[in-house]
Unconditional design. Structure first.
Length: 622
């Protein structure tokens, strides 16, 4: 029986079995009253938001246990996390709306966590354990007004797990499975993921403590005839504490250590072509933070402060050691006037340093303000500005104008929205002073983004949206023999379409399509066409199954053997998931089957991707 027939029979069988089950209440996706946060920093209804916000809830995370943060984010519209389907230690490229890593800002519990010692200043998502996360919001488009430098194509706002209301709660997760290529389907167990979390609330005191680890081997980073194994191991430890001194004043604190080690393959001399090598890469990040909050009538004053210490080492023909530190303080006051005007005024301070040939540093002190108006007749307006005060590049003003209008319907609403926003991206310390291609004469990059779209949302479980975007980059930082500013502007345009549908009782379909067109400039690994579809069915309160399709179109990549571009073929991946709860819903058993058709493809030219793989696991809640 060929693969296509096998897949069709499996899918039909899954759905037929589902329809045969006794109908019970199920967990439904309620999008009409959904609340979003990232685009205004206030909790407002989605219908009053004028931005494109993707929200990944805890329920969705629990139905993707065993995956990585990058894999889950990669299922959303407008986003391509390149490397997330390859060997576990593969470098990740954040290609969102035609941008790259340095144009994406990552927040964890409201605090910027980007790494000043990395070439593109990004936060490395490989450090995170998905099981420690409560929700993820992805705000697409320029958002420098509220979030500052790097927030040009997206803000990924990650919220960690909250304490349970009872005095003691525990969660134990364990997953094991295969990690194999398309050519070596031996189904040996070579992937292990474990996590334990203890949390609870004792009167006014709350606590969350977690530990997790992941280990994977079985794959080589480089695709070769005689591959050697490149194992990956990660450890995560975190503690979050909170205390409510009164109804008006509370304090939370956290500390975490996230680290991983991976074998990598490189470009050894004298040929400088990709080869199986005994290279290794380690990364460790220590974070500590405090967040006092004072609430008063109609408003609140809050400070998010953190200290981060980073140690990274590459052992190869081009060995490097990076030690970096950053201090972030974001102090802001939020005030609501007559339930119509939502105002925020704040100042964001950052101090960054990293050791290269010698210690280098820069800092920023950015005052910002934003106002959101929510009318009684459908008009919403989001306007703000920020003055970027950079120690090396002086002052740069950025702003956003974001109107939207709701048309109230009997069973929902239709929303029209648009925005114009600017952003400022300073060169990173590594680009200015790093080990390879540093150029201290680099200028900042400037971006302008225009968006316009429609959204329909109904009580019948239907949400449809479409958005057009156009982004222009000036002084884009590129790499030739060194880092330099491009003399030509880069322009990217495209559109995103999303749909969430309750097809019948207990059967939900989520789908998205993204078209991205590079008008001017150069990009590699950026697909013009990209689509995801997710079909999930609740057999009962205890049993759930889903099938996921991911399609990535043709794109170009750089062939380092010839230093010329080559086209990579399009590919489509099918994944299955099944879970069942036992022991009065305290334990969930689940199984995943990824790349069930064993598609052979490249994410990055010359590097291994994963073939058909299976994993099984359990999650016990006490």
């Amino acid at each position: 029986m060929n693969k296509t027939k096998w897949f069709c029979m499996l899918t039909i069988g899954m759905l037929t079995a589902g329809f045969a089950q006794t109908k019970k209440d199920s967990v439904k996706v309620e999008t009409l009253g959904e609340v979003v946060l990232s685009d205004t920093r206030f909790k407002i209804k989605r219908e009053n938001s004028g931005k494109t916000v993707v929200k990944i809830t805890r329920d969705e995370i629990e139905r993707n246990q065993g995956k990585t943060v990058a894999e889950l984010i990669n299922t959303k519209s407008g986003i391509e996390i390149n490397g997330s389907r390859s060997v576990a230690g593969q470098n990740l490229g954040y290609f969102i709306r035609g941008g790259n890593n340095r144009q994406v800002l990552v927040l964890i519990d409201g605090i910027q966590v980007n790494d000043p010692s990395l070439v593109s200043n990004e936060f490395d998502l490989r450090l995170l354990d998905l099981n420690t996360i409560d929700s993820i919001e992805i705000l697409k488009g320029a958002s420098s007004t509220l979030y500052g430098n790097s927030a040009s194509t997206a803000v990924i706002n990650i919220t960690t797990r909250k304490a349970a209301e009872e005095e003691f709660s525990a969660s134990i997760l364990s997953v094991f499975g295969t990690n194999q290529t398309q050519d070596n389907l031996n189904y040996n167990v070579s992937s292990f993921t474990n996590n334990i979390s203890l949390n609870g609330t004792l009167h006014k005191f709350s606590y969350v403590a977690s530990f997790g680890n992941q280990y994977m081997d079985g794959l080589s980073a480089a695709k070769s005839d005689n591959p050697e194994i490149d194992p990956f191991s990660r450890y995560n430890t975190g503690i979050k504490l909170g205390y409510e001194f009164s109804d008006k004043f509370s304090l939370s604190a956290f500390t975490s250590i996230d680290k991983f080690k991976t074998d990598i393959d490189g470009f050894p001399p004298p040929n400088f072509t990709l080869a199986d090598t005994d290279d290794t890469f380690t990364s460790e990040q220590f974070r500590f933070g405090l967040a006092p909050k004072f609430e008063y009538k109609n408003g609140s004053f809050q400070v998010n402060a953190s200290f981060t210490k980073i140690n990274r080492e590459t052992i190869s023909a081009f060995s490097t050691v990076n030690d970096a530190e950053s201090i972030i303080v974001d102090a802001f006051n939020k005030y609501v006037i007559n339930d119509k005007f939502y105002t925020i005024i704040g100042i964001n301070y950052g101090d960054y340093n990293s050791i290269f040939a010698e210690e280098e540093s820069f800092s920023n002190s950015d005052p910002y303000a934003n106002v959101v108006y929510v009318s009684d007749y459908g008009l919403n307006l989001n306007i703000g500005g920020r003055l970027n005060n950079h120690s090396e590049y002086g002052s740069q003003f950025v702003y956003n104008i974001n109107p939207s209008y709701n048309f109230d319907l009997n069973k929902g609403y239709t929303k029209v929205f648009g925005s114009y926003a600017t952003s400022f991206i300073a060169p990173n310390l590594s680009q200015l002073f790093g080990f390879f291609g540093a150029n201290p004469d680099l200028e900042p990059e400037e971006n302008k983004t225009i968006e316009g779209g429609l959204e329909y949302n109904s009580k019948d479980g239907i949400r449809l949206s479409g958005v057009y975007f156009n982004r222009n980059e000036k002084s884009t930082i590129i790499f030739t023999s060194e880092y330099e500013n491009s003399e030509e502007d880069a322009t990217v345009q495209g559109f995103e379409v999303e749909a969430e549908l309750d097809l019948i009782e207990n059967l939900q379909l989520t789908a998205n399509y993204t078209f991205t067109e590079l008008i001017d400039g150069e990009r590699i690994r950026l697909p013009k066409h990209r689509a995801n579809a997710y079909l999930g069915y609740d057999f009962s309160n205890e049993t759930y199954a889903s099938i996921n399709l991911q399609y990535v179109g043709e794109r170009s990549d750089l062939d380092f053997s010839t230093f010329s571009n080559t086209e990579l073929d399009a590919y489509a991946l099918f994944n299955l998931y099944f879970s069942h709860k036992i022991l009065d819903d305290k334990m969930k058993l689940f199984i995943t089957l990824d790349n069930i058709l064993n598609e052979d493809y490249f994410e990055i030219l010359g590097y291994t991707t994963r073939g058909r793989n299976v994993s099984v696991g359990f999650n016990l809640n006490l």
